[in-house]
Design a protein around this ligand. Structure first.
Ligand SMILES: [Zn+2]
Ligand SMILES: [Zn+2]
Length: 432
C-alpha cells in the first residue's frame, strides 16, 4: 500500500481497496511483497494451488501461502467504511448545514451590530454638532454682553474726556476774544497817547469795557479717573448678572402655599419647619398633608435657574412641581405625580425622585443646590452650586406651568432646624 500521502478521502479509499474484489478490504492481510488483499479474496485466489503461489498484483512468487493480518490497515479500513457510510455522510452534511446556519446568523448579528454602531456614531456626531452650536451660541451671547459693556464704558469715557477738553477749549476761546478786545483798547490808548504830543486831550478815548472772563476751569484728574481706576472686571461681572440667560432667579416663597408647619421669613427667602401649626384661613393653594412650599414665581416657558441653600440640613426635598399637583393628599414625589425632585435623607443619602428612587453617590455634600428648568426641552437638572457639578437630570420635565418646590421636612426635633434659603445675587440681607 502506498504511503498515505496528503490524499483526499477518495484516494485513501482507493488505497484501501482490494485489487481482487475492488471493494474496501475485509480482514486485510499483507503478503511478503507488502501488497494487501482481503483475507477471503487471497484465500480464494490461492485455493487449489499447490506449491508456490504468486501475488496477484506484482506476480512475485512465494514458496508457501503466507500472509500477515494487518491490524493498522484493518482499523483504517473500518474508519473509512464508517466515514463514507450514508448515515455518517448525511449526519455530517446536517452538521455542516447547521454550522453554516449558525455562522450565517452570527455574521448577520455582526453586520447588524456594525450597522447599529454606524447609526450610533451618526447620532453621536449629530448630537455633538448640536451641542457645539449650542455652546457656541451661549458664548457668543456672553461675548456680546461683555463687548457691549466695553463699548459702553469706552464711549462714556470718551464723552467725559471730550466734555473736559471742551470746557477748557471754551475758556481759551473766551480768553482769545478778551485778548483781541484788549489789543483794540491798547491800540486806541496808544493812539490817544501819541496824539497828546500834537493836540490837547480833552477826554479819555472810548474803549470797550473789558470782557468778563470766567475763572479757568479746573481739571480734577482724580475725579476724572476715579471711575475707571476701579475693580472694573468685578463691576462688569456684577452688571453681567442681570444679562445672564438664564441668570439666577431671585425667588421668594409663596406663603399661601406653605404647609401650616412651615414658617417663612419676613423677606420670604427663608423657610423652616416649626413645632406649632400656624393658623391660616386660605387653604386653596396650601399643602395640607406634606410639609411643602412653592416659590411665588411660576414658569411655563423659557429657561430658568435658581439656587437654594440647604446648609447642613440632614433632610430635604427640592425641585420643581407642576401647578396642578394635588396639595391636599399625601403623594409620593415622582415625575408621574408632577414632581421632579432631589432628596436628602439621614444627612448623606441623596436620591433623585424617580419611582423607584435613583440613589446618587455624591463625593461631597452640597451646601447649595442649583435647579435648572428648561420648559421647551422639558428638562429639570440639579447642580451642586458650590462647584456647579451636575448631580441629576430629568428629561421628561413638566408640561405647562411649574413652580420651584421645596420641602424642609420635619426633623427629629433635637436641634433647632436650619432653614432652606433662596439665594439672591447680590445677596440680600436677610431680615430674619
Ligand atoms: Zn477482496
Ligand atoms: Zn505483490
Amino acid at each position: 500500500m502506498a504511503a498515505a500521502a496528503p490524499s483526499t478521502k477518495g484516494s485513501l479509499r482507493e488505497d484501501l481497496t482490494c485489487a481482487i474484489c475492488c471493494d474496501l478490504f475485509r480482514d486485510p492481510v499483507m503478503l511478503t511483497c507488502m501488497h494487501h488483499f482481503c483475507k477471503p479474496c487471497i484465500s480464494r485466489y490461492w485455493r487449489g494451488t499447490q506449491g508456490p503461489v504468486t501475488c496477484p498484483q506484482c506476480r512475485k512468487e512465494f514458496s508457501s501461502k503466507q500472509f500477515q493480518t494487518n491490524y493498522l490497515v484493518a482499523a483504517m479500513v473500518e474508519k473509512v467504511r464508517v466515514t463514507t457510510s450514508d448515515t455518517y455522510i448525511k449526519n455530517l452534511e446536517k452538521q455542516v448545514k447547521e454550522m453554516l446556519e449558525s455562522q450565517r446568523l452570527r455574521m448577520e448579528d455582526c453586520i447588524n451590530s456594525i450597522r447599529r454602531n454606524k447609526d450610533k456614531m451618526d447620532t453621536i456626531k449629530r448630537v455633538g454638532a448640536d451641542m457645539q452650536a449650542r455652546v457656541k451660541g451661549e458664548f457668543t451671547a456672553f461675548h456680546q454682553i461683555l463687548h457691549d459693556e466695553e463699548i459702553c464704558m469706552l464711549e462714556q469715557l470718551r464723552r467725559e474726556q471730550e466734555e473736559e477738553v471742551e470746557k477748557v477749549h471754551r475758556h481759551s476761546e473766551a480768553m482769545e476774544l478778551a485778548v483781541r478786545e484788549l489789543e483794540e483798547n491798547m491800540r486806541l490808548l496808544q493812539q490817544a497817547s501819541a496824539d497828546t504830543e500834537n493836540i490837547v486831550l480833552t477826554q479819555l478815548p472810548q474803549i470797550k469795557p473789558c470782557v468778563q472772563v470766567n475763572i479757568a476751569p479746573e481739571f480734577d484728574i482724580n475725579a476724572f479717573s476715579n471711575k475707571y481706576m476701579a475693580p472694573l472686571q468685578y463691576i462688569t461681572w456684577r452688571k453681567m448678572f442681570k444679562s445672564l440667560k438664564p441668570g439666577p432667579s431671585p425667588l421668594t416663597f409663596d406663603v399661601d402655599t406653605a404647609h401650616p408647619s412651615i414658617q417663612v421669613s419676613r423677606d420670604k427667602t427663608a423657610a423652616v419647619e416649626c413645632d406649632v401649626m400656624i393658623p391660616h384661613n386660605d387653604h386653596n393653594k396650601r399643602f395640607l398633608q406634606c410639609v411643602n412650599i412653592l416659590a411665588a414665581q411660576g414658569f411655563q416657558s423659557g429657561r430658568h435657574y435658581w439656587e437654594v441653600e440647604v446648609g447642613s440640613k440632614p433632610k430635604w426635598d427640592l425641585g420643581v412641581a407642576s401647578e396642578a399637583v394635588d396639595r391636599h393628599t399625601r403623594i409620593k414625589l415622582s415625575p408621574e405625580s408632577g414632581y421632579w425632585t432631589l432628596r436628602l435623607r439621614n444627612g448623606s443619602e441623596y436620591s433623585a425622585g424617580t419611582q423607584p428612587w435613583t440613589r446618587l453617590q455624591l463625593v461631597t455634600a452640597p451646601q447649595r443646590l442649583g435647579v435648572y428648568l428648561d420648559c421647551e426641552e422639558r428638562r429639570v437638572s440639579f447642580y451642586n452650586a458650590d462647584d456647579m457639578s451636575l448631580l441629576y437630570s430629568f428629561t421628561n420635565g413638566p408640561r405647562g406651568k411649574a413652580f420651584p418646590f421645596f420641602s424642609p421636612c420635619i426633623s427629629d426635633g433635637r436641634q433647632k432646624p436650619p432653614p432652606i434659603k433662596l439665594l439672591h445675587y447680590p445677596p440680600l440681607a436677610l431680615s430674619g
